[in-house]
Design a protein around this ligand. Structure first.
Ligand SMILES: C[S@@+](CC[C@H](N)C(=O)[O-])C[C@H]1O[C@@H](n2cnc3c(N)ncnc32)[C@H](O)[C@@H]1O
Length: 246
């Protein structure tokens, strides 16, 4: 989605967006941020901050920078901000030019652009913006989780009737809206990137990151927390939580 679409979403964010900061989502980012020592000496940046739900978690850092390319998101985040050492501005991750500027960089479900060159450019920009030995935290939508959900749907159809189960499951899965090669979900003009783990590893390594590790952000089977058709009792759906070092 481009800036225009994100601008529209700023006013109905909670209804439209699945977020790792709502309800009983198990989000490893929070635990990682709380573990960081010496916050008073460190700087942190969140790129693609949206309404800046991380504000309170980040307020103890020496310097906090948050940005988003959608004007309406920035306006709302600025209105909410009550701290002098937190600066919020409008900028596009694909075009930022920071060099060795932050100890910690965060981007939560914001590297969603469908273009591979845009993704690579943004990750390179985040790498340049980090200080040497700095830490990157990302949350990215998981393509594996989408496929896992497809499997749950197929198994469910097979239990009803074997004949035609694959066809029905593909319809329920909205198979025609996915490009599984590129990891894209397409609805009309809107295209959104989902990531395979191997892609994340590849992109981060190419940009120069090391010590790349993965955990899952786990979403409960609950319509308030996720868009997925629920399968209570089955393992939960997830986003990728990624930690890496410069
Ligand atoms: C799903 S929201 C997540 C917002 C926030 N990180 C959170 O988790 O609550 C994605 C955000 O990324 C922003 N975004 C998308 N592409 C961007 C880009 N190229 N540069 C900066 N922000 C971008 C959107 O405007 C939107 O606010």
């Amino acid at each position: 989605m481009e800036e225009k679409e994100w601008n529209k979403l700023a006013s109905k964010y909670h209804e439209e967006i699945v977020s790792p900061f709502y309800g009983s989502v198990k989000n490893p980012l929070i635990k990682e941020l709380r573990k960081i020592k010496g916050k008073k000496k460190r700087s942190v940046a969140e790129f693609g901050c949206g309404l800046f739900y991380l504000m309170e978690e980040l307020k103890d850092f020496k310097k906090v920078h948050a940005s988003d390319f959608a004007e309406n998101m920035v306006k709302k985040a600025k209105k909410k901000n009550k701290y002098k050492h937190i600066s919020i501005k409008r900028e596009d991750m694909r075009k930022i030019l920071y060099k060795d500027a932050f100890d910690i960089i965060i981007s939560v479900n914001a590297l969603l652009m469908p273009s591979l060159p845009d993704i690579k450019q943004s990750i390179t920009n985040l790498h340049k913006a980090l200080k040497e030995k700095g830490t990157l935290f990302l949350i990215l939508p998981s393509m594996e989780a989408v496929l896992y959900h497809g499997l749950l749907i197929l198994d469910n159809e097979l239990k009803v009737k074997q004949k035609g189960a694959v066809k029905k499951a593909k319809q329920r899965f909205e198979n025609s809206k996915y490009d599984l090669f590129l990891g894209l979900y397409k609805e009309g003009e809107e295209h959104q990137k989902f990531y395979y783990k191997h892609e994340i590893q590849y992109f981060l390594k190419k940009a120069g990151f090391t010590d790349i590790s993965f955990e899952k952000v786990l979403y409960p089977w609950d319509k308030n927390a996720s868009d997925y058709e629920p399968f209570p009792g089955e393992e939960q759906i997830w986003d990728w939580f990624v930690k890496a070092t410069k």
